[in-house]
Design a protein around this ligand. Structure first.
Ligand code: SF4
Length: 222
């Protein structure tokens, strides 16, 4: 917590935490709330494709932490254009181009609007989550959105994360008890089998190096 506090103390201007209902996000949020920032902005991207369990978990978290997690939805006109292009509700699986377009409209474009004017954003990313995140640092410059990006869990292992959650009694997304190991939109997330990678259930029809939605693009792509 001290290292996060030290970073936050040096940042002038508004800071926001991006919440995506993963175990990591709960830990990052708990860390942030220990830092004494008055009313930190906590937001989520409601893609309009989230699981019902995730939406219920949202309400549970607000009560648990006594905070508001602000929901941002995509631009309705952009969604209409997207749905026309995708043709049906599974159209994002038809091609990488379609999937990227869906993530662009439902996630990336709203995030760009949210982060405009912010000095820094905090995420729950960890380097060990994915081959696309191996070079992740605690403190980075986010070239895509033009602000500081703070990843306080960057070097946390699975064991460290689990111990933190248990120590503080933090509530988890109920989907974890149904076999999910990474939480995303309903059409693009499935439970994983024993021994599978934790991100194996995200966009499972794609190659591992493509498994990012555009929110967390790395300079080094494998
Ligand atoms: S994860 Fe799937 S449903 Fe969600 S924005 Fe990306 S392509 Fe669309």
């Amino acid at each position: 917590m001290v290292y996060l506090q030290n970073i936050l103390d040096k940042i002038c201007g508004p800071i926001a935490l991006a919440f995506s209902y993963q175990t990591e996000d709960v830990a990052a949020l708990h860390l942030l709330l220990q830092c004494g920032i008055p009313n930190p902005e906590v937001f989520t991207l409601d893609t309009l494709k989230l699981f019902p369990e995730t939406l219920a978990y949202h309400d549970e978290l607000e009560k648990f932490f006594h905070i508001t997690i602000k929901k941002y939805t995509p631009d309705p006109a952009e969604v209409t254009g997207l749905e026309t292009k995708l043709e049906d509700e599974w159209g994002m699986r038809a091609s990488l181009e379609n999937r990227h377009l869906c993530c662009q409209v439902r996630k990336v474009n709203p995030l760009g609007k949210i982060l405009a004017g912010k000095s820094a954003w905090v995420t729950g990313l960890r380097a060990s989550q994915s081959v696309t995140r191996t070079d992740l640092k605690v403190l980075e410059w986010d070239e895509k959105f033009g602000l500081i990006k703070i990843n306080p869990l960057a070097d946390w292992s699975d064991e460290v994360l689990s111990a933190y959650i248990a120590k503080h009694g933090l509530p988890l997304n109920p989907l974890y008890s149904q076999g999910f190991k990474s939480i995303g939109c309903a059409p693009c997330t499935r439970p994983v089998n024993e021994g599978e990678d934790i991100r194996a259930g995200r966009w499972w029809w794609e190659n591992p190096e493509h498994k990012e939605c555009g929110l967390h693009l790395r300079k080094k792509r494998l």
